[in-house]
Design a binder for this molecule. Structure first.
Ligand code: ADQ
Length: 821
C-alpha cells in the first residue's frame, strides 16, 4: 500500500547508497554504537546529513542478520535510527550476487575499462535486480510528498526507475562515483539497456567529468535510439519525464586534511618517515652509506673474496653502493608516497616498475629516495585481487632485493589499513606523491595530498586517466601505462625546485579550497532542484558551458562582473532590511573584488545610502537606484558617488507621488513605502498576496496617470512597484563600462525585469545569467543565489589558478617547467 503522506512543499533529502556512512561496533556490555566511515562519499555527504535534522540515509548495514537474534537486530536498527540511518540487512546469498558478484565482478571492471576481468552471470544480474527492488521497498514507506531522493553509485542503477514508477512527481537524483565507459565497452554488457533505462528514471544523472557525460549520452544514443535528447541536453523518456545529464566533480573537505596534517600525531609520523628516509638524521645514515660505498670500492680491488670471481659490472649492487656514497652531500634525501586500496585499477605494478626503472636509470638516487607505499589489500576472496597482491609483493621484493643498502631500503611497503591521521602524516612527509591509477572516476588521494601540503611544496605525479587530472592541471600529468614517462616525471618531480613546486601547488590548492566536498553536494542538489522546477531547464547553465566561461575568464586580462544583489547574490526576503549581506557574502565580494584584473559592480535598485552603508568598505563598484547613482571602483572618479545627469529633481515629484503610495499602505497591511534619492518604491512582499495584487494593479494605474509627462516611469518588479526617472535603467547605467572596450571578459547576473535591461545591452561575446524562471535575454539560467555564489567563488579561485591546459609531461618541449620561469 502506498502510505505516502502530504507534507506540503517542504523538501527533505533521502540519501541512498550501497553502504551507510556509519559502521556498527558492539561493546562488551552488549550495547551497539556506530563509527563514522571514512571515504569520499561519506565525507562529502555526511556533513549535509548531520546538519539537516530531517535528512535520512538508507543503505546496506554490512551486518549479517543470521548472526543476530531478532531482538538484537531491533537494537541495531534503533542504534542506526538514532543517527537517522535506515539499515538494510542482506543475506549472504544476496551479498554474493548483488555486491561481490554483479557490482564488483561485472560493473566495476567494465566501468574501469577492464572488460577482460568482467564476468557476465545471469544469476548475479537477477540478484542485483532483486536487491535494487529491496531498496525500493524499504524506501517506499519513508517517502513523503516533496521529498528529494539522491541515489549513489553503480550498485543502485536500477533504483531510479523503480522509484520513478512509484513516485512520478518525486525529485530523484543519481550520481556515479566511478567512470562511465565508452559505448563500445558498455554495450558488451548483456543488460546494458535495462541499466540505462534504470538510471534515466532520475531527474538528474551526475558524473565526475564531462567526458563521462559524453560517454553516457553516446550509449543512450546508440542503445536507446528511440529516446530524444532535447536542446537543453535533457533525455526525454516515453512517460514524458525528462532526465538531465551533467558533470559534478567531487571535492574533499580541504580544511579537514590541512588541519589533520598539522595534528601532533601526523607531525610525529612525518618526522619518523623523514628520519628513516635519512632526511633529517643525517650523520649515522650518511656514514653507513659512505662506508658501504668504500666497501664496494675495496671489493673491486681485492683478490680472494667471493666476489672476486665476478667482474664489477656483473654485480651492479656494488656500483650502486658506490654511487649512493658519491652522491652524499649532492643529493638531498627525498620521500615518495602513495596511498591506495590494492585494486587492479590503481596501477600499482606499473608504478613500481616505473620506480624501479628510475633507480636503474638514475643511480644517483640510490640511498637517497625512499618510497612509502601504503596499499591495503581488498576483496581478498577474489582470485584476480589475490593475483595482484602476489604481483605487488613480488615487485616490491625484487626492487628491495636489487637496490637495498645496509642502511637503506628503497620501498617501505605497508599493507595495514590506517586511519586519517597517519595517512595525513604519510601525505605530509611525501616530497612527491605518485598517484597513477589506470582508471579512476575522480581520485581523492591526489586532492588529499595537496591539502596536506597546504601552502607548501610537494609534487604530484598524476595519471591522466582519472577525473582529478581535469582539475589538477599543474601536476606532472602522465600516462600510467607508459613506464618510461612515469619514470621521467618522477625524476623531474623529485628535482623540481621548492619555489616552483610551491607556486604550482598554491594554484591547485586555491581551486580545491573552493571546490570542496560540501560545495559538490550543494551544487548537485541545487541543480536537481533546478531541473525538477518547471520553467527552469530552458538554457540551464550546464557544466560544459560553465567550464567554457571559467576558461574564458582565466584567459582574460580585464574582467567585468555586473551583479544584481537582491534575488541574485542573496535570496529574496520578506523584509528588505533583512537582506543585509552575510559575513560569507562580504568575504566572497572582497575576494572577487580584490583580484587583479577584476572589476566587480553591484548593480541594484536599492538606495545609494543603503549600498554605501553595506558595501563601501569593499573593493567593488556600486550602481544604485537602477542606475541613478553610481560609484566607480577605479579611474579618476573612484570612490565618489555620482548622480546620472538630466534626472528630474526628486522634490519636484516625490511630494506628489508619495501620498498616492501611502493610500495603498493604508489598504494593504504590512506594505510600506521606501524613499530613495531618485525613486519611490511601494513594497508588498510581507503582505497577503490576495489583497496586495489587486491593489498593485490599481495603484499602478493611479501612478501612471500621476507621473504622465514628468519624465518618470512606473516599474513593476518582484513584489515592488516603483516610480523612477525614465532616463534610468540598469542597462543605461552599465553602458559606459561595457562599451569602453577595456574588458575582454564580461558577465552580468540578475533575476528580474530590471536586470533584463542589462542583459539587452551586453555584447554577443559577453556572458549573462538569469536567476530563476521567466522569459529572458540572458545566455544561461541558474536556480538561485546558491549557484551564483558557487560560480563567483570558482571564478575568483580561477583567477588565482590561471591554469594552463592539461599536458602530459613527456613529449612536451621543455618538459613540465614550461611557462614556469
Ligand atoms: P574510491 O575508490 O574509494 O572512491 P578514492 O577517490 O581514491 O577512491 O578515495 C579513496 C579514499 O580512501 C581516500 O579518502 C583515501 O584517503 C582513502 N584510502 C585509500 N587507500 C587507503 C589506505 N590504504 N588506507 C587508508 N585510507 C585509504 C570512489 C571512486 C573514485 C572517486 C570516489 C569519490 O572510485 O574515483 O574519487 O569514489 O567519488
Amino acid at each position: 500500500m502506498n502510505r505516502r503522506r502530504d507534507r506540503g512543499l517542504v523538501s527533505r533529502l533521502i540519501i541512498v547508497s550501497n553502504r551507510l556512512p556509519v559502521s556498527l561496533e558492539s561493546s562488551e556490555d552488549g550495547s551497539y554504537s556506530l563509527r563514522q566511515n571514512i571515504g569520499g562519499l561519506a565525507t562529502a555527504i555526511a556533513p549535509y546529513h548531520k546538519a539537516h535534522r530531517d535528512c535520512l540515509w538508507i543503505g546496506w548495514s554490512g551486518v549479517d542478520p543470521d548472526q543476530y537474534s531478532d531482538e538484537e537486530l531491533d537494537r541495531i536498527r534503533q542504534a542506526y535510527k538514532a543517527n537517522r540511518c535506515i539499515p538494510i540487512f542482506l543475506s549472504q546469498d544476496e551479498i554474493n550476487g548483488y555486491y561481490a558478484g554483479f557490482s564488483n565482478n561485472t560493473l566495476w571492471p567494465l566501468f574501469h575499462d577492464f572488460s577482460h576481468e568482467a564476468q557476465f552471470n545471469p544469476g548475479e544480474w537477477e540478484t542485483y535486480r532483486k536487491v535494487n527492488m529491496r531498496f525500493a521497498q524499504v524506501i517506499e514507506p519513508l517517502v513523503l510528498k516533496g521529498d528529494t531522493i539522491w541515489i549513489q553509485d553503480y550498485h543502485l542503477m536500477l533504483l531510479p526507475k523503480m522509484l520513478r514508477e512509484r513516485y512520478p512527481q518525486a525529485s530523484i537524483g543519481w550520481f556515479l562515483h566511478v567512470p562511465f565507459p565508452s559505448a563500445e565497452i558498455f554495450r558488451s554488457l548483456p543488460w546494458c539497456r535495462e541499466i540505462l533505462e534504470g538510471v534515466l528514471g532520475a531527474d538528474l544523472v551526475g558524473f565526475h567529468t564531462t567526458d563521462f557525460v559524453m560517454s553516457f549520452l553516446a550509449s543512450v544514443h546508440r542503445l536507446l535510439p528511440e529516446l530524444a535528447v532535447d536542446r537543453d541536453g535533457m533525455v526525454r523518456m516515453p512517460d514524458g519525464h525528462r532526465a538531465a545529464v551533467d558533470a559534478f566533480p567531487i571535492g574533499i573537505d580541504y580544511n579537514l586534511y590541512a588541519r589533520t596534517a598539522r595534528s601532533s600525531l601526523a607531525r610525529a609520523m612525518r618526522r619518523g618517515i623523514e628520519e628513516s628516509a635519512g632526511k633529517s638524521t643525517g650523520h649515522r645514515y650518511r656514514s653507513s652509506v659512505a662506508a658501504e660505498g668504500d666497501a664496494a670500492t675495496e671489493a673491486g680491488k681485492r683478490d680472494g673474496a667471493w666476489w672476486s670471481r665476478h667482474r664489477l659490472e656483473e654485480l651492479p649492487e656494488l656500483t650502486l653502493a658506490q654511487s649512493a656514497a658519491s652522491s652524499i652531500g649532492q643529493k638531498q634525501n627525498k620521500v615518495i608516497v602513495s596511498v591506495d586500496r590494492l585494486d587492479y585499477t590503481k596501477g600499482l605494478p606499473e608504478r613500481l616498475k616505473a620506480f624501479g626503472r628510475m633507480l636503474q636509470k638514475y643511480p644517483e638516487w640510490t640511498g637517497h629516495v625512499t618510497y612509502y607505499l601504503l596499499a591495503t589489500p581488498s576483496r581478498e576472496d577474489v582470485e584476480s585481487y589475490r593475483r595482484l597482491k602476489a604481483q605487488v609483493d613480488e615487485l616490491v621484493g625484487q626492487i628491495n632485493g636489487r637496490y637495498s643498502l645496509l642502511a637503506w631500503t628503497p620501498i617501505h611497503y605497508i599493507t595495514r589499513s590506517l586511519s586519517i591521521k597517519p595517512v595525513c602524516g604519510i601525505y605530509a612527509a611525501g616530497d612527491v606523491a605518485l598517484v597513477t591509477p589506470l582508471r579512476d572516476g575522480m581520485n581523492l588521494v591526489a586532492k588529499e595530498y595537496l591539502a596536506c601540503h597546504d601552502g607548501r611544496e610537494g609534487s604530484l605525479v598524476l595519471s591522466d586517466m582519472c577525473g582529478a587530472a581535469d582539475e589538477l592541471t599543474d601536476a606532472f600529468i602522465v600516462n600510467p601505462y607508459d613506464i618510461d614517462m612515469v619514470c621521467e616525471a618522477l625524476h623531474d618531480a623529485l628535482e623540481i625546485s621548492p619555489e616552483v613546486a610551491r607556486s604550482r601547488n598554491i594554484r591547485m590548492q586555491a581551486r580545491l579550497k573552493v571546490r570542496t566536498a560540501s560545495n559538490w553536494c550543494m551544487s548537485f542538489l541545487d541543480t536537481l532542484r533546478q531541473v525538477s522546477t518547471p520553467g527552469m531547464t530552458d538554457r540551464r547553465l550546464r557544466m560544459d558551458t560553465r567550464n567554457q566561461m571559467v576558461d574564458e575568464w582565466q584567459k582574460a586580462s580585464n574582467r567585468l562582473i555586473l551583479c544584481d544583489y537582491d534575488g541574485t547574490l542573496t535570496p529574496l526576503v520578506r523584509n528588505p532590511d533583512r537582506a543585509k549581506p552575510t559575513k560569507a557574502i562580504r568575504q566572497m565580494l572582497r575576494q572577487v573584488g580584490s583580484q587583479a584584473g577584476v572589476d566587480f559592480y553591484l548593480v541594484s535598485g536599492r538606495s545609494h545610502e543603503t549600498m554605501e552603508q553595506w558595501f563601501s568598505d569593499l573593493p567593488i563598484g556600486l550602481i544604485a537606484e537602477h542606475g541613478a547613482w553610481s560609484k566607480s571602483v577605479n579611474g579618476p572618479d573612484a570612490g565618489i558617488w555620482k548622480r546620472a545627469p538630466g534626472l528630474p529633481e526628486a522634490e519636484s515629484w516625490q511630494p506628489l507621488v508619495k501620498p498616492i503610495m501611502e493610500e495603498s499602505v493604508q489598504r494593504v497591511p504590512k506594505s510600506f513605502v521606501e524613499v530613495k534619492a531618485d525613486a519611490l518604491a511601494w513594497h508588498y512582499r510581507m503582505s497577503d498576496a490576495r489583497l496586495a495584487e489587486p491593489e498593485r494593479d490599481a495603484l499602478s494605474s493611479r501612478l501612471q496617470e500621476a507621473v504622465a509627462g514628468k519624465g518618470l516611469m512606473v516599474m513593476r518588479n518582484s513584489k515592488v512597484l516603483e516610480v523612477c526617472p525614465v532616463a534610468t535603467s540598469k542597462g543605461q547605467a552599465v553602458l559606459p563600462w561595457i562599451t569602453g572596450g577595456h574588458y575582454d571578459f564580461m558577465l552580468s547576473l540578475g533575476d528580474d525585469a530590471t536586470d533584463e535591461t542589462m542583459f539587452a545591452v551586453m555584447p554577443d561575446s559577453a556572458w549573462s545569467l538569469k536567476i530563476g524562471t521567466g522569459a529572458t535575454k540572458a545566455r544561461a539560467r541558474v536556480l538561485g543565489p546558491t549557484a551564483v555564489q558557487l560560480l563567483l567563488r570558482d571564478l575568483a579561485a580561477g583567477t588565482a589558478v590561471g591554469a594552463e591546459p592539461r599536458t602530459r609531461t613527456a613529449g612536451v618541449p621543455g618538459g613540465f617547467a614550461q611557462g614556469e620561469s
